[in-house]
Design a protein around this ligand. Structure first.
Ligand code: MTE
Length: 335
């Protein structure tokens, strides 16, 4: 994010981004198919009738990884009807600096990440500190499908069918003390399996943070999968955060520790460049990054390099759900 710039000032798009090659249709497309009578054939390839009847996810599985069944989410705002980003793009155009700083590095290098066994430690200002195994966490609440827009601070966005449940489900279990005001998310930094950790581009481990009320918001997702399957390594396996109204870097990948504190956590990008990456980092078209505008964005796989960029929405389009969290705050100051 910090070091990759081109003439546009930021975003590095590949030639293939220009091609619209969607393998995955959104629900709107399904409705169209049903109306056209072509649904019978289509359903057998990318959704089972039974699954639809039971309200279970109808998103096609790429079929590469273990399936992760989920139910449709009823959380307000959790399912955008926008066209899904192609799985190939979502899993090959990533930021995961532990595996390199190029967008293609994580997909090439993250096969070395060992995701089992995996534990997540909950510590700090909670009544019930604990070490959860991945298996415990997977079972802690029903897996839901959430179709979120995620916008990177660099000016590109994707629409991804994530699978997981609200982080608040876990937070309620561990019972934060009254003094807990923030949540710190610490991710894996293993030099043996993560080649990027040897570089000094960031102060490892990659750490992110949220205010406790942001972490408790039902849209804040603890995610274990996408497109009907467990997360591919490059997307933050075996579990990551997805905070859809904030720039993508707030969504820490491959979490190993969740710490409750009374002080605002020092986060990786804020430590690297405090004037560029604030603690809040809410998507805000009215507050420019010091080196580029945040007013527009390109949807990966849809908006080619020469297409007009689309307008970025306040809080990435989730204003109705999260605007209240920031009532009365000067968002230019708390960027
Ligand atoms: N988490 C870790 N551990 N390391 C990273 O480098 N990059 C962040 C975020 N989480 C990052 C991370 C950034 S800059 C973005 S835009 C998103 O992950 C990218 O997520 P994606 O692979 O789903 O696009």
């Amino acid at each position: 994010m910090l070091i990759k710039t081109n003439r546009d000032g930021f975003c590095q798009l590949r030639n293939s981004d220009i091609t619209d090659q969607s393998l995955y249709a959104g629900r709107r497309d399904l409705m169209k198919l049903m109306a056209s009578g072509a649904a019978g054939a289509a359903l057998s390839t990318w959704a089972s009738r039974e699954a639809l009847a039971q309200g279970v996810s109808a998103i096609a599985r790429p079929g590469k990884l273990a399936s992760l069944p989920s139910v449709k989410s009823a959380v307000p705002g959790a399912v955008t009807l926008e066209k899904l980003t192609d799985y190939k793009d979502a899993s090959s155009y990533n930021n995961f600096y532990e595996f390199g700083t190029d967008k293609s590095d994580p997909a090439s290098n993250a096969h070395t990440l060992k995701t089992s066994p995996w534990t997540v430690e909950i510590e700090g200002l909670v009544k019930r500190p604990a070490k959860y195994t991945l298996e415990d966490l997977l079972k802690l609440s029903a897996q839901q499908e959430r179709i979120y827009r995620l916008r990177c601070v660099e000016g590109w966005s994707m629409v991804i069918p994530w699978i997981g449940y609200s982080l608040s489900e876990l937070i309620k279990k561990v019972e934060p003390l009254g003094s807990a005001k923030y949540v710190e998310f610490v991710t894996l930094a293993d030099p043996k399996t993560m080649p990027g950790v040897g570089s000094r581009v960031l102060d490892w481990p990659y750490v992110e943070g949220l205010r406790l009320d942001e972490a408790m918001h039902p849209l804040t997702l603890l995610s274990f999968g996408m497109y009907g399957e467990v997360l591919p390594n490059q997307s933050g396996a075996p579990l990551r955060l997805v905070v859809p109204w904030k720039y993508g870097f707030k969504s820490g990948k491959s979490l190993v520790k969740i710490r409750f504190t009374d002080k605002q956590p020092a986060t990786a990008w804020n430590k690297a460049a405090a004037n560029e990456y604030g603690f809040y980092s809410n998507v805000n078209p009215n507050v420019d990054h010091p080196r580029w505008s945040q007013a527009t964005e390109r949807r990966i796989g849809e908006d080619g390099l020469f297409a007009k960029k689309r307008k970025t929405l306040m809080f990435n389009g989730y204003e109705a759900q999260v605007g209240q969290l920031y009532a009365g705050m000067d968002l230019k100051k708390f960027f």
